[in-house]
Design a protein around this ligand. Structure first.
Ligand code: DQA
Length: 140
C-alpha cells in the first residue's frame, strides 16, 4: 500500500512554529515513528511552500497511490486550484489539519478542499495524520 503525505506552506517549521497551536514535535520525528508503526505501508513525504508544487505532487501521485493525506496549510482556505487538482485525480485524498480550525479565526472555518476530499480530520495534533492512515487502511 502506497500513501503520500503532502504538507503545504509553513509546515516545514513544525516544532518551532507556534508550539501552543501546533505542538513541539517536528514532522520528521513524527514521520519516522509513523513508518516504524506501519512497516507494511510504503510512505512518501513531500512538503512545499508553493501552491504549484503541491498541485504537481497531487498530479504525480494521484493515479497510482492508494491514498493522499493532505495538509494544505493556509492554501486550504484560498486555493480553488488545489481543489481542482483533487477533483482531477483518482486517488482518495484525506484532508488533515493539526489544529481544530473551527476553534480558530473565522477565515479558517471555510475549506475549498473539504467538498472534494474523501473526508476531513482536524484538531487531533499530529495524530490527525495517523487517523487518516487508519481510515485509508480500513478502506483497503
Ligand atoms: C493548518 C490550519 C491552517 O489554517 C493553517 O494555515 C496551517 C495549518 C493545521 O494543520 O492546523 O498552516 O492546516
Amino acid at each position: 500500500m502506497k500513501i503520500v503525505i503532502i504538507n503545504g506552506p509553513n509546515l516545514n517549521l513544525l516544532g518551532k512554529r507556534e508550539p501552543s497551536v501546533y505542538g513541539n514535535e517536528t514532522f520528521e520525528t513524527f514521520f519516522s515513528d509513523l513508518k516504524t508503526e506501519f512497516p507494511d505501508i510504503e510512505f512518501t513525504y513531500y512538503q512545499s511552500n508553493h501552491e504549484g508544487s503541491i498541485i504537481d505532487k497531487i498530479h504525480e501521485t494521484g493515479f497510482d497511490f492508494d491514498g493522499i493525506i493532505l495538509n494544505a496549510g493556509a492554501y486550504t482556505h484560498t486555493s480553488i486550484a488545489i481543489a481542482d487538482a483533487i477533483s482531477a485525480i483518482n486517488t482518495p485524498v484525506i484532508e488533515v489539519h493539526i489544529s481544530n480550525v473551527f476553534k480558530r479565526e473565522p477565515f479558517r472555518h471555510h475549506s475549498y478542499l473539504s467538498a472534494v476530499a474523501k473526508g476531513t480530520i482536524c484538531g487531533f495534533g499530529l495524530k490527525s495524520y495517523k487517523l487518516a492512515v487508519f481510515s485509508l487502511i480500513s478502506d483497503k
